[in-house]
Design a protein around this ligand. Structure first.
Ligand code: HEM
Length: 417
């Protein structure tokens, strides 16, 4: 897909109001900036070289609009400046085959195949995996009286869970988490001064990841089990699809499962600790956990933007958007739009209805939504039951991630209990 260069677009849209999405204060707390953009210029052409949508109705419509392409490989490569693409051949190969980058009908076919890994029987087996993994991690810190929500829990938990669901041998699970982090870091890195180092790590991760998954597919082909690799291998073989494409789909699911959930846990702990009356309400009535989880996803979503490319000229709001333009769909901004949500900046665990866009509606609607909700429900319930006196650690600083527009989370969130 042809992507317009920043230079071409900038010439056409000089003298625009600028909004600095990468300003340190905006990366830490972007909601005031989103509000300003939504009120002043909700379909904004940014100096970053792409259009930014901040209204709920525009973002939701764009996610469902087949005139927008999800194939962002060219966009990603465009953003890498002088980086030698030979350094990232494995990374490109894995990403460009994954369903998140595809449009109908390729996407329809891949999504249907991927659904075969999410059978009712499989889903029923997940709850005990999630509970046991959460308990094991909390056992490690229970007697310390303090922990880092990120390094002791959130950065490990979703990776260990999805690795077990995929039937990845225990000895390899730590590698898998490292690979997901290396690939995700590079994905969020365009513009960074360390880009070459991130690129090398991500490419090596993609190569090693593919090798392991290919090996597991080969094993499960001969001796299938009930894990997700077996279910997907059976589906690919039964329907006559090329097994060579399966490692990319598996890596896509593994990475998507790890990166978002790992950020959502500290975002949720932070929201609860900053709103003690809501925390107390949840502690007094644990049955509110399902609506609390939806509110956490709405309030501080871990994937604040997803990108699309215009396949043809189109008009959004009063703006004409040329074919080839890059469009950033502000899920985080949409989730705080007062046209859709009463008191959108209030954290309210009993909010109903709560039709947030955190899982991105449309054909790419999060494939792992059932697993994500189950993980978050079990994780927060267990955390509050086992550590009832949870509070920020007054002696240590939280470190919100401050480098990425597409992944919003924490690098460190120290707490006491
Ligand atoms: C809180 C946790 C999660 C959040 C907020 C989240 C969010 C999202 C969003 C916004 C999208 C749409 C991306 C786009 O339109 O470009 C998406 C897609 C996807 N998610 Fe999730 N996700 C979460 C957890 C998971 C889990 C646990 C899994 C795996 C089991 C998963 C697998 C996927 C996959 C494979 C896609 C691509 C679907 C497609 O292209 O059809 N996600 N997710």
């Amino acid at each position: 897909m042809q992507v317009n260069t920043q230079q071409e677009n900038m010439t056409a849209f000089a003298n625009q109001q600028t909004y600095d999405l990468f300003a340190p204060e905006a990366l830490l707390n972007p909601y005031p900036l989103y509000k300003q953009m939504r009120e002043e210029d909700p379909v904004h052409y940014s100096e970053l070289g792409y259009w930014v949508l901040t209204r709920y109705k525009d973002v939701e419509a764009a996610l469902r609009d087949e005139r927008l392409s999800a194939d962002r490989t060219a966009l990603f490569l465009n953003q890498l400046g002088d980086l030698d693409v030979n350094l990232i051949q494995n990374f490109i190969r894995v990403n460009s085959k994954s369903m998140i980058e595809k449009n109908p009908l390729d996407h329809t076919r891949l999504r249907k195949l991927a659904n075969q890994g999410f059978t009712t029987r499989a889903i029923e087996s997940w709850r005990s995996i999630i509970q046991n993994t959460t308990d094991r991690l909390l056992d490690n810190v229970q007697n310390h009286g303090s922990m880092d929500i990120v390094s002791d829990l959130s950065v490990i938990l979703p990776g260990l869970i999805i690795a077990e669901i995929f039937g990845v041998p225990e000895a390899q699970r730590a590698n898998l988490i490292e690979w997901a982090i290396d690939m995700g870091t590079f994905w969020g890195a365009p513009g960074s001064s360390n880009i070459e180092e991130y690129a090398r790590k991500a490419d090596l991760a993609a190569a090693q990841f593919s090798e392991l998954i290919s090996q597991l597919i080969e094993e499960r082909r001969k001796q299938p089990g009930t894990d997700m690799i077996s279910l997907l291998t059976i589906a690919y073989e039964e329907q006559g699809f090329n097994l060579e494409d399966l490692p990319s789909q598996c890596i896509n699911i593994l990475n998507a499962a790890h990166l978002t959930t790992a950020d959502l846990i500290p975002n949720g702990v932070n929201a609860l600790l900053r709103h003690p009356e809501q925390l107390q309400k949840l502690q007094e009535n644990p049955a509110l956990i399902n609506s609390a989880v939806e509110e956490i996803i709405r309030f501080d979503t871990p994937a604040p933007f997803v990108f699309r490319i215009a396949k043809q000229d189109l008009t959004i709001g009063s703006k004409d958007i040329p074919a080839g333009s890059v469009i950033a769909l502000g899920l985080g901004a949409a989730n705080h739009d007062p046209e859709k949500f009463d008191s959108p900046d209030a954290f309210n665990i009993t909010r109903l209805p709560n039709e947030h866009l955190g899982f991105g509606p449309g054909i790419h609607f999060c494939l792992g939504v059932v697993l994500a909700r189950m993980e978050l429900t079990v994780c927060f319930t267990t955390l509050l039951r086992r550590l009832p006196n949870l509070r920020f650690d007054p002696d240590k600083q939280a470190i919100p991630r401050h480098t990425s527009l597409v992944f919003k989370g924490y690098d460190s969130l120290p707490v006491k209990f």
